[in-house]
Design a protein around this ligand. Structure first.
Ligand SMILES: C[S@@+](CC[C@H](N)C(=O)[O-])C[C@H]1O[C@@H](n2cnc3c(N)ncnc32)[C@H](O)[C@@H]1O
Length: 242
């Protein structure tokens, strides 16, 4: 582990989630995708497992397979759900999932693969009638403050708007069944605990720790200041060839 990852996990250890989201997002996505109660669901890049209970609730007679590339997050998810026979948790690469799955849920992580590339990769992991639900950073207005534009140009230069996301969905051979803007409470579920942790660890005891704290504080501040112009868009998509 590099010094930076040590600092990152000192800040993020045992936080409930690693990006915005709330249980009603999962319920909405499952309803939009008409996910059956017996569904085989994959939580791709599950982080600490914040969405697992809601995914299980969406398919109470089904099974949830959750994976993340970071063992620290998988361990945290296991601590909550290890005993549940309806869930399988493992360390893994979401680019290599095989399925078949009725729903692939991916909260705030598809951009690591690229929207179109990731959806194409997942096509063969979808069961007939299956769907992908993913949340993605998104511009909601054309009027963008320079500070927010500069921040996202550094963090995620490919960030686009709802039409741009839909264009990538179609380029991958899928169509969009529905979209939903994540609510402020979904963001508070992420930034509230993170900001409290930042306060408790400040000032950082190493330059690396201070940098990680400064970055997290700035990210939350950018969202709080400019949240009308950007956020996360949750999309439910299905292959176009079925
Ligand atoms: C912004 S976090 C979101 C985590 C979780 N879905 C949540 O909402 O709390 C992004 C996650 O993607 C994971 N990740 C990135 N690339 C991955 C890959 N190729 N395979 C599996 N996990 C990956 C990271 O480890 C991290 O947990």
């Amino acid at each position: 582990m590099t010094a930076d990852w040590e600092a990152f996990f000192t800040l993020h250890r045992d936080l409930p989630r690693e990006g915005p989201g709330e249980p009603s997002d999962v319920a909405w996505a499952a309803a939009t995708a008409a996910t059956p109660a017996t569904a085989r669901i994959c939580d791709a890049a599950c982080g600490p497992g914040a969405d697992l209970a809601a995914l299980h609730a969406a398919a109470p007679q089904g099974h949830v397979t959750a994976l993340d590339k970071h063992p620290q997050f998988v361990d945290q998810a296991r601590a909550l759900h290890r005993q549940d026979p309806a869930m399988t948790l493992h360390v893994g690469d979401m680019a290599e999932i095989t399925g078949p799955y009725d729903l692939i849920w991916c909260a705030g992580a598809l951009y690591f693969l690229g929207i179109a590339d990731g959806l194409k990769t997942w096509r063969s992991a979808l069961a007939p009638g299956g769907a992908v639900a993913f949340s993605e950073p998104c511009w909601f207005t054309d009027d963008r403050a320079q500070e927010a534009a500069d921040f996202w140009a550094g963090e995620y230069p490919a960030m686009t708007d709802a039409a741009g996301i839909d264009a990538q969905v179609r380029a991958a051979g899928y169509r969009t069944l529905g979209t939903r803007k994540l609510s402020d409470s979904a963001w508070e579920a992420y930034y509230g605990p993170l900001e409290r942790r930042v306060a408790s660890l400040s000032p950082g005891d190493t330059p690396q720790m201070q940098q990680v704290l400064d970055d997290a504080r700035r990210e939350a501040q950018i969202w709080r200041t400019y949240r009308d112009s950007f956020g996360y868009l949750l999309s439910v998509v299905v292959p176009d060839d079925v």
